[in-house]
Structures are given as structure tokens and as C-alpha cells.
Design a protein around this ligand. Sequence first.
Ligand code: UDP
Ligand code: MG
Length: 153
Amino acid sequence: MERTLVLLKPSTVMRGLIGEVTSRFEKKGLRIVGMKMIWLNDEILNEHYAHLVGKPFFPALKASMMRTPVVAMCLEGTDAIEVVRFITGYTNGRKAEPGTIRGDYCMSNQQNIVHASDSPTSAAIEIKRFFKPEELYDLGDLNMDRLYALDLS
Ligand code: UDP
Ligand code: MG
């Protein structure tokens, strides 16, 4: 069972899409094992987007991520990191496939609805960045046989 980190970005909060986007993950069968609102600041964004420091769009990206609180959630499931990236879609909403969250809900490359961890290494770091251990819950095997049948791992 893997865990991954998702942020619902301020554009999602401002557009009233928190419920709709969250329900995409829930309906897919991913389980929310941690969830909270956080108002991000310079320090955490410099760390979170360290791979983009120096890009011309970096200041605008940071400003867009601080306009409102974000909703941080930790999602759990078999292959959760890959599954969440797949249903999130390509970074630029205008190029993201219809049926993906970004493809269905945005026209922006920057304000593209969600952040999702892109690898097991970054998922582990990002979950720690946004959640204390006691803010994450073990939901046991409730409903797992219906979600996964035999391919549980
Ligand atoms: N971003 C941007 N302009 C770009 C590329 C990225 O504003 O040309 C923003 C966008 O919000 C994106 C975030 O920077 O989600 C992180 O970029 P990354 O390449 O990690 O894309 P992601 O993993 O979010 O698909
Ligand atoms: Mg990324």
C-alpha cells in the first residue's frame, strides 16, 4: 500500500472545486488518510518547489500558491503515486487529456488544480513536509476486498 501527497491549489479553493476534485480521488478508490487546510508561506514553497527556483515563473507560482490556504491530503492505495499522477494529468491544463482532473477543470499551466507527488522518494518527503505522523490515520482493511480483489499489495 502506497501513500502520496496531494495539494488542492488556491485556484481550486477559490473556484469552489474542493469537493468535486476530492470526490474524483475518493470515487477512484483512493483513501484519504490525512486532510487539512494550510496557508503556505515562502519557506515551505521554496522547499516544495526547489526544483523550480530560478525559473522565470517561480515568483508568480509562489504568489499563486499563497492566495488562499491549500487543502493538503494524503491518499493511500496500491500504486497510489502513479495512479494519482495519471488521473491528475499533464501539467498544462490546456494540454491535459479530457477525463483527467487538470484536463477537465483548468485552462492554466500554473493554476492547474492540484499538486501530486511524482515518485516514491518525493511522496515520502512531501508527506513529511505537510503532515505530522499523528495527523495520518491507519484505516485498516475496511472495504479493501471490494476495491482491489486480489491485486492488493
Ligand atoms: N509551473 C508553471 N509553469 C511551467 C511549469 C510549471 O507555472 O512552465 C507550475 C505549475 O503550477 C506546476 C508546478 O509549477 O504544477 C510544478 O511544476 P512541475 O514541473 O513539478 O509540474 P507538476 O509535477 O505539478 O505536473
Ligand atoms: Mg512536480
